[in-house]
Design a protein around this ligand. Structure first.
Ligand code: YK8
Length: 177
């Protein structure tokens, strides 16, 4: 896998969790900017193991010329029970893109770790991996992997940039350090 984001942000761990994992204005604006439409979110619900789960469905707009312009997607998120409010959050997201070529072979696994640094600082780490449900032919596999990495890199670079913008908004005039 790859580590796409690994940086300290000038906001609390709670704030970061709220921005990314509630139906925040931030995430709605980010989805608009990525042309991710028709998003539905189930509420966070506790499962048998004590973790929390929710499911997102949306339609993504794809810029890769090899692929159709749109795909529906399902994202299943798990917030681990050993996450401690205010201190540490770990969320795994499995993303299935239903309408791209070879969609029945792979999905994307994203792991988000939000770690409290101090009252007004946290570290965000995003690790992503392309996972295979069945083994495709070697050439197909490298094709899928290569095209997934480029799309993911673009997405997480943009997410990081938008979080940095948000950080500026949040710290403006607050005087915290
Ligand atoms: C989520 C991974 C692959 C897919 C795409 C498919 C190429 C098909 C390969 C062929 C278009 C928001 C991606 C990047 C679409 C976007 C997905 C996003 C960024 C040519 C064989 C959508 C995170 C996420 C996970 C997986 C990404 C897809 O929050 O290349």
């Amino acid at each position: 896998g790859r580590l796409y984001v690994n940086r300290v942000f000038h906001m609390s761990a709670d704030k970061m969790f709220e921005l990314l994992f509630s139906e925040s204005l931030f995430i709605h604006r980010f989805m608009d900017a990525r042309k991710i439409t028709g998003a539905t979110f189930t509420p966070w619900q506790r499962d048998g193991s004590g973790s929390m789960k929710r499911t997102l469905k949306y339609t993504i707009t794809i810029t890769n010329p090899l692929v159709g312009k749109f795909s529906t997607a399902t994202e299943m998120q798990t917030l681990y029970k050993d996450s401690h409010e205010g201190q540490y959050y770990m969320v795994d997201a499995e993303v299935y893109t239903h309408d791209v070529p070879y969609h029945d072979y792979f999905y994307t696994f994203n792991r988000f770790c939000i770690i409290r640094n101090s009252k007004h600082k946290c570290r965000l780490r995003v690790y992503t991996d392309v996972k295979y449900k069945k083994q495709p032919w070697g050439l197909v596999k490298s094709f899928i992997t290569k095209n997934s990495w480029s799309g993911l890199e673009d997405y997480f670079r943009h997410l990081e940039a938008e979080l940095l913008e948000e950080e500026v908004e949040l710290t403006r005039g607050s005087g915290d350090s």
